[in-house]
Design a protein around this ligand. Structure first.
Ligand code: SF4
Length: 302
């Protein structure tokens, strides 16, 4: 799984730039299947009609066709421009993020109602530029979704808010059914692929949600970025130690030549091994497979 030579080039910078590195051919198990239905067009039209952003589109999720065709999507709050520059992420970080749209919470709430969702996943770009990190918009959106959809369960895939407790408290005190915060990768790769994040801080977000607020918690990571099997197991151990209930593990896919290159395509058998390891570590729910993403089949896994 670990392509030492290639990773060494990235870490220590030989004459070859990351952008010029060759892209590995995808194995057969990653050949995408498109399954369009009339639902896809109606989901797309509804989201466009409200002028909303989705992480499905902004992050170039490979499951977009499947999810939108089944009438679900993950809403992206606070604009489409992120203030961080993780090297694996397709969400744009170019330019200044727009001022938050005060009408966005109600638009999302109405979209959730029209889509007849029983479970909604909300996420956002990271807004380190805002005094409250965007936590006020998060709380307003959760509140509006609840008023408009009293039966819906809410999953919040939140950023770390730079570890600011006031912002984390503002969101956690709304008591979403599930508090999701992605650990994304192994700590050894943080400085390389998500330099503005902090592994211990992310664990603390999950610990706080579980032990201070009693929330159901979820996290996820991508594999295929140069991590070893043992390093993934250690992350699972760390997540389990802070009481994380649910973990997702999926294959990293390079969004463009400017992004961090895929180091390996993890086999379905290796994903099964991670699932077994995670279940044995105490997670109540584990999704592990090449196309698994944080919000993939989220409604079926609450
Ligand atoms: S897995 Fe999540 S982000 Fe991807 S298309 Fe489905 S709902 Fe959207």
């Amino acid at each position: 799984m670990f392509r030492q030579g290639l990773l060494y080039s990235v870490l220590y910078g030989n004459s070859q730039s990351v952008a010029s590195m060759r892209i590995q051919r995808k194995p057969d198990w990653l050949k995408l299947r498109l399954s369009g239905t009339a639902h896809f067009a109606s989901t797309k039209k509804l989201i466009a009609g409200y002028g909303l952003n989705t992480v499905c589109r902004s992050a170039q999720c490979p499951n977009l066709h499947e999810c939108w065709s089944s009438g679900t999507a993950t809403f992206l709050l606070l604009g489409d421009t992120c203030t961080r520059s993780c090297r694996f992420c397709a969400v744009t970080s170019a330019g200044f993020p727009p001022a938050p749209d005060p009408g966005e919470p109600q638009k999302i709430a109405e979209a959730v109602r029209k889509m007849k969702l029983s479970h909604v996943v909300l996420t956002s770009v990271t807004r380190d530029d805002l005094a409250d990190g965007g936590s006020g918009a998060w709380a307003a959106t959760i509140g509006a979704v609840r008023v408009e959809n009293p039966e819906v369960t809410i999953e919040c895939l939140i950023p770390d808010f730079e570890g600011r407790y006031s912002a984390l408290r503002k969101v956690m005190s709304t008591r979403p059914e599930l508090l999701n915060h992605n650990i994304e990768t192994v700590p050894a790769l943080y400085s390389l692929v998500r330099p503005q994040a902090d592994y211990a801080r992310s664990l603390e977000v999950l610990r706080m949600a579980k032990h201070e607020y009693g929330l159901g918690t979820k996290s996820g990571l991508m594999v295929g970025m140069g991590e070893t099997e043992r390093q993934v197991q250690e992350v699972l151990d760390d997540l389990s130690a802070v009481g994380c209930d649910h973990v997702t593990i999926g294959q990293y896919l390079q969004p463009s030549l400017q992004h961090f290159p895929v180091q390996s395509y993890v086999t379905p058998g290796a994903f099964d091994d991670y699932r077994r390891y995670a279940l044995a570590s105490g997670f109540a729910r584990v999704q592990s497979g090449p196309y698994v993403r944080s919000s993939y089949y989220a409604a079926e896994n609450v």
